[in-house]
Design a protein around this ligand. Structure first.
Ligand code: B4P
Length: 193
């Protein structure tokens, strides 16, 4: 099993690149953002609770997202591997993920961090906000999300650096060029399927 974490600030292209990676390498896409938005659209109690945090640009509590990831791992036991997109976002989530994978006798092989300057992140997210209808793509919430990233998520990079699994990738080029850069790293582990 090949397990990849796609890491980076909000708007760095994690969701965009994950779609391409899972198609090319036949992996399962696990996006906590997408999972939370689907709970929200179905108006489940979990979704309604998560909305309170998401609309303020805050991270949803660790136990909620860890529970969601755990059930998705169980539901895809035969997968060739997983792309974790937007998870882990705190050190507690990173430790929980290691424990969950360890229990399944597998581990994270590689962490690819998309590097994009802050002005570009804001530009992309506000641009998406004009068409996405996402209530967290407004200027006020985007600024809060980036602040939350620096306070809680950036330290997760250190967690994976210490494990020797982190590779940094320039995320400012076109979607195709960025995908090429990411693919080169992935291909040192698996071939396209
Ligand atoms: P997410 O859904 O994970 O969203 P994201 O970080 O904003 O976006 P991403 O980096 O995937 O960017 P994308 O490809 O879409 O999180 C939303 C919220 O959910 C969080 O704020 C939090 O509240 C909650 N949440 C999620 N996971 C959580 C967790 N683990 N713990 C706690 N809370 C959690 O790209 C953005 C835009 O840029 C798009 O419009 C795209 O078209 C464009 N773009 C992408 N690549 C480009 C490129 N190369 N050039 C130009 N534009 C590009």
């Amino acid at each position: 099993m090949f397990n990849l974490v796609l890491f980076g600030p909000p708007g760095s292209g994690k969701g965009t690149q994950s779609e391409k990676i899972v198609t090319t390498f036949k992996l399962i896409h696990l996006s906590t953002g997408d999972l939370l938005r689907s709970e929200l659209n179905e108006r489940t109690p979990l979704g309604l609770e998560a909305k309170k945090f998401m609309d303020q640009g805050l991270l949803v509590p660790d136990e909620v997202v860890i529970g969601m990831i755990s059930s998705k791992l169980d539901a895809n036991a035969d997968a060739r591997g997983f792309v974790f997109d937007g998870f882990p976002r705190t050190e507690a989530q990173a430790e929980a993920l290691d424990r969950l994978l360890d229990f399944k006798e597998t581990s994270i092989a590689l962490v690819l961090a998309l590097e994009v300057p802050e002005e570009e992140l804001i530009k992309r997210l506000l641009n998406r906000g004009t068409t996405s209808g996402r209530s967290d793509d407004t200027e006020e919430v985007v600024t809060k999300r980036i602040k939350e990233y620096h306070a809680k998520t950036k330290p997760v990079a250190g967690y994976y650096e210490r494990q020797g699994k982190m590779e940094h990738v320039n995320g400012t080029q076109s979607i195709e060029e960025t995908f090429e850069l990411l693919s080169r790293h992935i291909q040192s582990f698996i071939d396209p399927a």
